[in-house]
Design a protein around this ligand. Structure first.
Ligand SMILES: [Zn+2]
Length: 76
């Protein structure tokens, strides 16, 4: 009975792997946003989500699963 990893995050439409979530900050707005990227190949899928509720939700996931993104904040 393995619990699926990233079961609360979308999956890559190409390789069906769980997308990696990175916390970023808008260069102009300074608002936090989430970058979802396929960890296998960034050309598969890459998206930015700025919806505040979604960002907060993903941040909560990242806090509880510190292994996501190796806990390294994205400085871009
Ligand atoms: Zn992929």
């Amino acid at each position: 009975m393995k619990k699926k990893l990233n079961n609360e995050l979308p999956r890559c439409p190409i390789c069906k792997g769980g997308l990696a979530a990175k916390l970023t900050r808008g260069r102009k707005s300074g608002k936090p946003s989430i970058m979802l990227i396929c960890p296998k190949d960034g050309r598969h899928f890459r998206g930015f989500i700025t919806d505040r509720a979604y960002v907060e939700g993903v941040m909560n996931i990242m806090e509880s699963k510190t292994k996501i993104n190796n806990g390294v904040p994205d400085g871009h």
